[in-house]
Design a binder for this molecule. Structure first.
Ligand code: PLP
Length: 397
C-alpha cells in the first residue's frame, strides 16, 4: 500500500547520529560520535543479582502493570536524593518517572506546545530535544551558547522578537554538545527572564553528576520559587541507558497533564527496570559508582585534549569541559563538517557534524562534536591523529 505520512512526521528525518551509530557499532571504526556511557562502568553483576531476586521473589510486582506516574518507592527515593543533593523543593512540585529523559522532554512538549508555538533552544542543542519540538511543529529559535551559557541579553531579544513562546529548553551543566556550563549569574538571569515572560524552562540535567573535579553548580530548579522550571533527570549516564529510567520534577498541575500524555504513549515506564533502579539505589551507594564515572571520563577527556593539542591545526578551537561526555570543536571559516565527517569516515573515524545540533540543520556548519567516553586511550589518540590529519589536509596546513 502507499502511505501518506502525516504533516507532523513527513518533515522529520532520522537523526544523523543514528546513521553514524550504524557504523559506530562496527569495531573497526573509531567512534568519537555517540553519547554512550563507557560500558565497562555498567554495574551488570549487581543488576543481574537484583533482577534475579526480583523475578523470583517478587514476580507479580515485577511483571504486572504499574502506575503511570511511576513506582512510588522509586519516586520517593529520587525525591530524597534531589532534596539532599540538589536542594530542589517539592513545595508545589511533583515527580514522575519517565522512559528516559528523552520521553520527559517529549511529554512536556505534548502537554504545552501547539502547532506554530515557539520553543527557544540553546544553539547548539541536543538533537533528541530539538527533534521532539520539531515533531510537534514548534517554531525553533536558537540563542547561541557562549563559554558560560546563553547570554541573557540575546535571550531577551529573541523573546521580544517572537510570539507564543512556550518553552525555553536549556542544558546548563556540561551541555550536549558544547560541553559548556552556564554560570551562576546567567542561571539566575535566565530564570528571572523566563519568570517575567511566563515561559516554562526545561532544565535538562543528565550530565550534572559527571563533574571531573567534584564541583557542582546549583541547578536552576533549586532557585525556582515561582514554579517556572521543569527539571529532567536520568539514570542513563550514571547507571545504564538501556534501563530507560528517567524522571521529571515539575509543577504538580503540569505533571498531572503529562501523566495523561504518558498513558497514551506507553502507559508507564517498564516496571522491572524501575524496580531494579530502586533496589540499586537502596542497596548500593550510587555516589561510589559516580566517582568511578568521573575518574574515567576526566582521564579520557584529558587524553583527547592532549592529542588534539598535538594533532589539530592551530585554527581549530575546542572547548575544555569540566564534566560530561563531549568536546565541541570549530574549524572557523567556510567549512562544512558534514563533508569532513565523510572524509573521516573513509579513514574509519566517526564524529558528529555540528549542523546536527543547529536550528537550521541544512546550513553549512564549521563546528563538530567529539565524544570521549567509550574509546580506550590508544583508540582516542589514534582517532584524533587521523582526524587531525584530515583537518590539516582540508585546511591546507
Ligand atoms: C542532553 C540530553 N538530554 C537527554 C538525553 C536523553 O537521555 P535518556 O533518554 O537516555 O535519559 C540525552 C542523551 O544523550 C542528552 O544528551
Amino acid at each position: 500500500m502507499e502511505f501518506t505520512i502525516s504533516d507532523r512526521m513527513s518533515k522529520m528525518k532520522g537523526s544523523a547520529i543514528r546513521e553514524i551509530f550504524k557504523v559506530a557499532g562496527d569495531p573497526s571504526y573509531i567512534s568519537l560520535a555517540g553519547g554512550n556511557p563507557a560500558p565497562e562502568l555498567f554495574p551488570n553483576k549487581e543488576l543481574a543479582e537484583i533482577a534475579n531476586n526480583l523475578l523470583t521473589e517478587n514476580p507479580v510486582l515485577s511483571l504486572q502493570y504499574g502506575v503511570t506516574e511511576g513506582y512510588v518507592p522509586l519516586k520517593e527515593k529520587i525525591k530524597e536524593m534531589l532534596i539532599e543533593k540538589e536542594n530542589i523543593s517539592f513545595d508545589g512540585n511533583d515527580i514522575m518517572i519517565t522512559s528516559g529523559g528523552q520521553q520527559g522532554i517529549e511529554l512536556i512538549t505534548k502537554a504545552l506546545v501547539n502547532e506554530g508555538d515557539t520553543v527557544i533552544v540553546e544553539e547548539p542543542s541536543f538533537i533528541g530535544a530539538t527533534n521532539a519540538f520539531r515533531s510537534y511543529n514548534a517554531k525553533l529559535v536558537g540563542v547561541p551558547v557562549e563559554k558560560d551559557g546563553i547570554s541573557p541579553e540575546a535571550l531577551e531579544k529573541v523573546i521580544a522578537e517572537n510570539e507564543n513562546i512556550k518553552i525555553l529548553y536549556v542544558i546548563p551543566t556540561f551541555q550536549n554538545p558544547s560541553g559548556e556550563t552556564m554560570s551562576l549569574e546567567k542561571r539566575k538571569a535566565v530564570l528571572e527572564i523566563a519568570r517575567k515572560n511566563n515561559i516554562l524552562v526545561i532544565e535538562d540535567n543528565p550530565y550534572g553528576e559527571l563533574t571531573f573535579d567534584g564541583n557542582k553548580m546549583p541547578t536552576i530548579k533549586s532557585m525556582d520559587t515561582g514554579l517556572n522550571v521543569a527539571y529532567s533527570g536520568s539514570f542513563s549516564k550514571v547507571i545504564a541507558p538501556g534501563l530507560r529510567v528517567g524522571y521529571i520534577v515539575a509543577p504538580t498541575e503540569l505533571i498531572a497533564k503529562i501523566a495523561v500524555g504518558k498513558q497514551i504513549s506507553d502507559v508507564h515506564t517498564s516496571i522491572l527496570p524501575q524496580l531494579m533502579v530502586y533496589e540499586f539505589l537502596t542497596k548500593y551507594n550510587l555516589d561510589d559508582y559516580i566517582k568511578e564515572n568521573r575518574k574515567l571520563y576526566a582521564h579520557r577527556c584529558s587524553v583527547m585534549i592532549e592529542a588534539m593539542k598535538e594533532h589539530f591545526p592551530k585554527q581549530v578551537t575546542y572547548t575544555e569541559p569540566k564534566g560530561g561526555l563531549f568536546i565541541w570543536c570549530d574549524m572557523h571559516g567556510d567549512y562544512d563538517t558534514k563533508e569532513v565527517a565523510k572524509e573521516c569516515m573513509k579513514e574509519k573515524v566517526v564524529f558528529v557534524p555540528g549542523s546536527t545540533f543547529m536550528v537550521d540543520m541544512e546550513a553549512k556548519c564549521s563546528a563538530f562534536r567529539l565524544n570521549f567516553s567509550t574509546m580506550t586511550d590508544e583508540r582516542i589518540k589514534e582517532g584524533i591523529k587521523i582526524l587531525g590529519n584530515v583537518l590539516k589536509k582540508i585546511m591546507g596546513e
